[in-house]
Design a binder for this molecule. Structure first.
Ligand code: IMP
Ligand code: MG
Length: 175
């Protein structure tokens, strides 16, 4: 692992305040409905758990895991389903919960695949978005924070599987 250190980009307080606001928006969007959350592992797990705690409609959860082959800090665009959902999503109101949209390759593949399964509705929310990096168009319904093109960790995001547990969003600085 290259020599590096982590500095705070978005504090724990800011992250949790924003997640509560996002939950309020989702409560309005899906008022009177049942919501099925689809978490994209592993990065989306911290965000989804925190978000789900503030939702007030009946909520169910499922998880899927995809890997985009590549190095520690770059995705290659080749997406593989490592773990599929346990339950069908046909005729359900589905909200996909992601940690970050970067090039958009992973999400655009995933959303197309999920749409083919016939959900009643399909939306996407992401904690972070790096719009500058977009290669493939993705329709994001709700974004926590737009950030610059920097490699971030924490709140589920990793650098070589490390730092997912940080309670804030940090930025990796290489020395
Ligand atoms: P994509 O480039 O939009 O397909 O993003 C693919 C995946 O790369 C994301 O779901 C993250 O898991 C990971 N990723 C992208 N940018 C970062 C980052 O700044 N830190 C950690 N992981 C990232
Ligand atoms: Mg991810």
């Amino acid at each position: 692992m290259e020599k590096h250190h982590v500095s705070v980009l978005i504090s724990e307080e800011e992250v949790s305040r924003r997640i509560k606001e996002m939950a309020e928006q989702i409560n309005e969007m899906f008022a009177g409905k049942e919501l099925h959350l689809v978490c994209v592992l592993r990065g989306g797990a911290f965000f989804m758990c925190e978000l789900a705690k503030h939702l007030n409609m009946p909520v169910s959860l499922d998880f899927m895991s995809v890997s985009s082959y590549g190095s520690a800090t770059k995705s290659s665009g080749v997406v593989k389903i490592v773990k599929d959902l346990d339950e069908p999503i046909k005729d359900r109101d589905v909200l996909v919960v992601e940690d970050i949209v970067d090039s958009g390759r992973t999400l655009s593949y995933l959303m197309d695949m999920l749409r083919d399964r016939g959900p009643r509705s399909l939306h996407l929310c992401t904690l972070l978005d790096k719009p500058e990096r977009r290669v493939v168009d993705v329709n994001v319904d709700l974004t926590g924070f737009q950030i610059e093109d920097k490699f971030v960790v924490g709140y589920g995001l990793d650098y070589d599987q490390m730092y997912r547990n940080l309670p804030y969003i940090g930025v990796i600085e290489f020395e």
